[in-house]
Structure formats: C-alpha cells, structure tokens
Design a protein around this ligand. Sequence first.
Ligand code: NAP
Length: 300
Amino acid sequence: MYDVVIIGAGTAGLSAAIYAKRAGKSVMVLEEAYYGGQIVNTPHVENYPGIKEISGFDFATGIYEQAVELGTEIVFAKAEEIRNTDTGKEILAGGVTYPCKSIILATGSKNRPLGLEHERELTGKGISYCATCDGAFFKGKTVAVFGGGNTAVADALYLSDTCETVYLIHRRNEFRAEKELQQRLSGRKNIVSLMEKRVTALFGNDSLTGIEIEDVVTGEKTELKTDGLFVAIGRMPDNYRFENVVELDKNGYIMAGEDCKTKTGGIFAAGDCRTKQVRQLTTAAADGAIAALAACEYVG
Ligand code: NAP
C-alpha cells in the first residue's frame, strides 16, 4: 500500500514525488509514455527562475533523476481506472492493481490534433507534433508550423536553424507567444509568417507533399508545397477516465483550486491537468509541491 501514487511523470508529477519522498512517504509514479511531460519538446527553457537557459530534455532529466535518487518508484504503465476501496484507493494500470492511500493526478495534457482527413496516416510521414524530436529529418527542406503560441514560435525559430524555409501559419493577425520570442522572428530571414490563415487540408499519399491554406478573412484557399508540417495549436487534457472520482470542467480539466484538492478526499490534481489560468513550468512545479504536501497531510 503506497502512501502516495502520482499519475504522470511531468514537471508537476515529479515535483510532487520529490516533496512526498522528502516527507518520508512511500511514493510511486505511474507514467504511460516518457518521463518529463510536455517540457521535453521545448528546445530552450529560459524562464525558469535560477536557470538562465536549459534544454527541456535536460530539465526533465534533472528532475527525473532527482526523484529517482530519492527513492521514487517509477512504473511505465497507463493508469486506466481509480477506485475507492474500504481501506483507501486503488489504481488499475497495465493489468495490475496498485493499492494506495492517496493519489495525485498530474496527467498534463496532450497535443491538440488538426482534425483533418489523412492526419493520422501522415503523422510521422511529414506531420509532426514535436520540432525538437523530428526537426532533424527536415534539414535543408521546407516546413510549415501551424499555431501562434509559445510552442509554435519557438518551434519555428528552432527549425529555421536547419531548414531552408519555415512558414509560420497563424489564424489571427497577432501571435499569442511572449514578445521576447516574437522579437526573434524578425531576425530570421527564412521564416515567413502567414497571418490570418489556417490549414484546411493535407496532401500526399506516402508522405506529406503540401497543405491547403485558407485565408480566414477572404475564405480564399491556396496550396502550399511543404515537406513537413509541425502542428502546434495547443494542448488538451485527457482526464475522462477519472470522471468517477473527480469533477471536470467543460473543457475536461480537473476541478481543483490552488490547494490542488479535488471533490474526493485524498485525490489531488497538479499541473496542467487542473483548472487554472497560467500553465507554465513554474506553476507545474508549484502545484507538485502543494499537492504533495496536501497528500502527506491526508495520509498522516
Ligand atoms: P497555446 O499557448 O494554447 O497556443 C495555442 C495556439 O494555437 C494559439 O495561438 C491558438 O490560436 C492556436 N490554436 C488553438 N486551437 C487552434 C485551432 N483549432 N486551429 C488553429 N489554431 C489554433 O499552446 P502552446 O503554444 O502549445 O503552449 C502551451 C502552454 O505551454 C502555454 O501556457 C505556453 O505559455 C507554455 N509554453 C511555454 C513556453 C515557454 O518557453 N515559455 C514554451 C512552450 C509552451 P489563438 O492565439 O488564436 O488562440
């Protein structure tokens, strides 16, 4: 019977593990994919206090190693169900049932898909959701990035180092990304911003050859030849399997306040999966600490 089981090995989940271990609790982290969460896809982290610059992967590796060295047990399996029992709670993951006294949900979010025909078949064949993972395949080629947030602008900057031309496509006439990132765009001659446009179709059989772009003002549609399309149109939560124990808002985020407490005693929500205004590395780490200390208090 673990004192604390954390679902998700991103910044929030691993921060929670560090705090709970240092409080002397038995801790297990369940992770369905890879450690580190969303930050591993960010080429440069420059806004975490105390660290001037670090790659997302190095940041994630540091926090993972810190949690493991403290004695956190990490199991790579997808948590499928949570049940309340007479003695506590249990989590079903990968065909195994894990009994525990408290649970911290730190499930983060997943990439928002385009929702276009052929998207799935062409993923990995020209379409990517991670510039740092797949950018090297497009060296010297033409690529497009779709989105206007920090991820899209950072991806475009990253890809412009090695790609011939980078089209940055955004549906509005101004980017959502931080001004500091936006300012760097003007220094890159090979980044072409296509504003008030959206991607409406994907072309190619075995691999992506081009995309259809619609002008959102005039409705005019044109074809843009490109070898790659990096989709960076935000993220969405993935919590519906836990609806029996937590309340979700209309967008699927877990209802929990700044104390990270959900409607069920002993179940907490931390990081991007929680209803909140600001989703940053700093707020994910802060949530991890708050949720862990609350879980430790609950366990006693
Ligand atoms: P985001 O900030 O939510 O931005 C998503 C972008 O995609 C927005 O520009 C949005 O357009 C656009 N978009 C959303 N749905 C769309 C659709 N259906 N079709 C076309 N465009 C669509 O997402 P993100 O850039 O992935 O960032 C996620 C979080 O991580 C944010 O909190 C961000 O600050 C953080 N982050 C931080 C850094 C950093 O270095 N500080 C780096 C990466 C991510 P609109 O602008 O019109 O809404």
